[in-house]
Structure formats: C-alpha cells, structure tokens
Design a protein around this ligand. Structure first.
Ligand code: SF4
Ligand code: SF4
Ligand code: SF4
Length: 264
C-alpha cells in the first residue's frame, strides 16, 4: 500500500465516523482524512472535539490547535455531548426522506408508514432533520455510558462499515434514479478506491451509466415535443383537481412518448 494511502487510513481511524459533514466535508470522514493528509488543518472535526484534534496533531507531528467548537456541552471524555435523534412517530407521514439522509442506516420504515430510529445506531449527526417535511425529528441527549477506548474503536469501525454499505446503496440508487437524493454528492470513487484496499470494509462497486443516444432535434420533432408538454401540463392540472384512472393512464403514455422523443 502506498504511504499516502496508509496515512489517510491512519487519519480516518482517528475520526469518529459520524459522517456528519461538520468539518466542511459533506460526504464524510474519509474525504476530510484525505484533505488533512494533503495539508488541511486537523482541528475541524466537531464531534471529535479536542481529543481528536490532539490525536491528529500527534500523528501528523503538527502543532496542537484548538478544536472547532460544538454547540453541545463537553462530556467527561473531553468530547462534545453525544446526541440521539428520535421521531415523533404519531406525526410522521412516512415520506422516507430521512432514510436516504441517514449515513449509517439507523432509520427503518417504508413508504407511507411510520418511521423509527434505531437509537443504538444513531450518532446524532442531525442529517435526517432538515429533509423531514413535517419537522417531526427531535434531538435528545444520549444517556448511555460514555464508551471506553476499545468500545469506541469498535463503534467507529461499525459506523464506517455501515456508511460504506449505505454508499453502495446510494450508488445503486443514483443509477436507477429511485427516490429523492437528499444527501451531498458522495465522492464514490474515493470510497471505492479505499474499500478495495481495506479488507475491513465492504467493497464499493461503481456502476457505469450507459451513454444515452444523442437525439438530434429537427423543427418537426421540436413541435411534437412542445405539443406533448402542453398535453401533459393540461392533464396534470386536471388530475390535481380530480383523480381519473383513464386520464392517469393517458398521462403515463404521454410521459413515455416524451421520454422516448428526448432519448431518456
Ligand atoms: S465526524 Fe463529522 S466532522 Fe468529524 S470528520 Fe467525520 S464528517 Fe467530519
Ligand atoms: S437517525 Fe438521524 S441523527 Fe441519527 S444517525 Fe441517522 S441521520 Fe444521524
Ligand atoms: S422525513 Fe419525517 S415524515 Fe418523512 S419518514 Fe422521516 S420522520 Fe417521517
């Protein structure tokens, strides 16, 4: 393994694997680890607090820096208070947006059904809160005993594994375009590169999107497209007032025609 990759892995091993993006790297701890190895300051991990900033300074033989401040009070281990998210389940409309937002797959539920958070897995990263359209997710203090060093490393390894599995699923979703994409764009190539070199994390395979044939539009097809769009808009307006099975069928057909014309 080359020494730069080994260095990035050693930095990543010290990061909490919350994947919260508060360091400014919205797609998680590994991109921040890479950037630290390339010279970025190593004091920006908010959930890691001063202990992580100091451990990184020691690893990199750099001067100690004051850690980026958290909004939460400091616990006895020097890190910011651990938090957990909970869903007010009677208010949840089952839209599933929080599921794709959770980097460690700590939320269960399916379309139009109430969702729940597996509190033992939740890291309190808060990423599920902004996408929730009905604002029914709260953060509370995590009252579990603060883990010792061995347990913390085990927990970090588990979170890293869960994040890699999550990325693989999001990669598949990107290809199949199913469901909303509410997270930051993840640098899947970077994660794939590291997963290939580390037996402890699941491999990430990058799917290739087949190039679509380029459709040359002439004047006639431009007119056809405009006609189709007008018909679609009209039907959508009618359906928003009253549902009608026949019109819905027609709308599907017109959308298919439109996609075919556009080469989608
Ligand atoms: S835990 Fe959050 S702030 Fe810390 S390195 Fe990971 S993504 Fe960045
Ligand atoms: S449930 Fe919410 S707060 Fe907890 S880990 Fe998932 S996204 Fe983060
Ligand atoms: S985003 Fe909010 S409303 Fe939608 S499923 Fe999650 S908790 Fe329920």
């Amino acid at each position: 393994m080359n020494s730069q990759i080994a260095l990035i892995q050693n930095i990543d091993a010290l990061l909490p694997q919350t994947q919260c993006g508060l360091c400014g790297h919205r797609d998680g701890c590994l991109p921040y680890a890479k950037s630290i190895a390339e010279g970025e300051e190593a004091n920006k991990c908010v959930p890691g607090g001063q202990p992580v900033a100091d451990a990184l300074a020691a690893l990199l033989k750099r001067p100690q820096l004051l850690a980026e401040e958290s909004v939460w009070p400091i616990q006895s281990d020097g890190r910011p208070q651990r938090m957990k998210a909970i869903i007010r389940e009677d208010e949840c409309i089952g839209c599933t947006k929080c599921i794709s937002a959770c980097p460690v797959d700590a939320i269960i539920g399916s379309g139009k059904l109430m969702h729940s958070i597996l509190t033992d897995l939740c890291t309190g990263c808060e990423l599920c809160i902004p996408p929730c359209p009905v604002d029914c997710i709260d953060l509370i203090e995590d009252d579990h005993v603060i883990p010792n060093e061995t347990l913390r490393i085990r927990e970090q390894n588990d979170l890293r594994n869960r994040y890699y599995s999550h990325i693989q699923r999001e990669e598949q979703r990107r290809i199949n375009r199913k469901g909303p994409v509410v997270r930051a764009n993840i640098d899947t190539a970077l994660f794939a590169q590291f997963s290939a070199q580390d037996d402890r994390v699941p491999d990430i395979l990058i799917a290739q999107i087949e190039a679509k044939p380029v459709v040359q539009l002439n004047a006639q097809s431009t007119i056809e497209l405009a006609k189709l769009r007008t018909q679609i808009k009209k039907l959508e307006k009618q359906l928003s007032v009253r549902d009608d099975a026949k019109k819905r069928l027609l709308l599907d057909e017109l959308n298919q025609q439109l996609n075919a014309c556009q080469g989608i």
